[in-house]
Every structure is written in structure tokens, then in C-alpha cells.
Design a binder for this molecule. Sequence first.
Ligand code: HEC
Length: 152
Amino acid sequence: MTRLGIGIAVAALVAVPLALAQPAGVPPTISDYWSWTRLNIDRSTDNPTGAHPQSKDIYINLDPAEIVAAGGQPIVPFPEGTIVVKERNDAGRLLVDRLYMMEKTGGAWVYRVFDRQADGSFRGQDYGTANFCRDCHAAAPTDFVFVQFERR
Ligand code: HEC
């Protein structure tokens, strides 16, 4: 279980014993993202001065065979319903403090951000499809997604 998962489980046990499993404020579609395929192998610290400077892990709700063809080439565009979650880690407090989310909906990526609050719950902000996130991600090599699946 990830630190986020443990924190949420503990918070849920303390606060609402019967309401397990779902981090408050995180949509059910990504509540088990840590069980998805991780795109990166080592924790990514790319882009130290860019939009997402902290260390992070990136998860996708697809199997490796749906991301990379047998010959190694990326399979794009990503299918409808694809979700990519980037978990940002606060190295000082050793916990996940923000989730970035991209979801393929109606052929376009919808961008969202969820920030951890003092009580451990997350508060989301929906940026929709046309925004500064999209404008920068348009430069990514594979259908607006920068981080590539690393074979292991
Ligand atoms: C100025 C450019 C820029 C902006 C603005 C930006 N991103 Fe990113 N994003 C990147 C880069 C570069 C990466 C890959 C390297 C990294 O994680 O730092 C990335 C990675 C991601 C990933 C992991 C999937 C991928 O593409 O590798 C998600 C999810 C994500 N960003 C969401 C968002 C959201 C949501 C916003 C808006 C709130 C946003 N980004 C704004 C440049 C940007």
C-alpha cells in the first residue's frame, strides 16, 4: 500500500470506521490508481524547474500491452476513458500532497488537480479541456502525454 493509501486507511479508520476505501475528495475512478500500471520505473524528478518540479510517480489505467506495441512503438492516440494520474510527493513530509489527472473524454484530455488539505482529504480543481495545462502538454511526444512507459 502506498503512503497515500495508508494515510487514507488510517484517516478512514479514525474518522469514519465504515467508510473505507475511498480517499475523501478523490473521484472513485482514480481511488485505486496505485494499483495501475506505473509508467516510470524510478521516481521521476525530470523537469526540475518546469511546471511540475517535485518528485513524482505516474500511473495509467491501461495494461502495458495497450501502451506499447510488440515492436516497442507507442500506441497512440490513447483510447477513450484513459486516465493518467501523476502523484506528487512532498519529500519533506513524506506524503502525497497533490494528484494531477488527465482523462480522455469525448476525444479530448480533461485536466484536473487534487490538493491534499490539512485534514488529509483532497480538494479538486477541474480545468476542463482548453487551458494552460493543455497548451503545454501539446508539445508532448505521444498524444499530450510526456512520460513514456519504461520497459522492465
Ligand atoms: C509548462 C508545461 C506544463 C504545464 C503548464 C502543465 N504540465 Fe503537466 N507535464 C509537463 C511535463 C514536462 C510533464 C512530464 C515531466 C514531469 O512530470 O515533470 C508533465 C506530466 C504530467 C502528467 C503525467 C503524464 C504526462 O504527460 O507525462 C500529468 C497527469 C500532468 N502533467 C497533468 C497536468 C495538469 C493537470 C496541468 C494543469 C493544471 C499540467 N499538467 C500543466 C508539463 C506541463
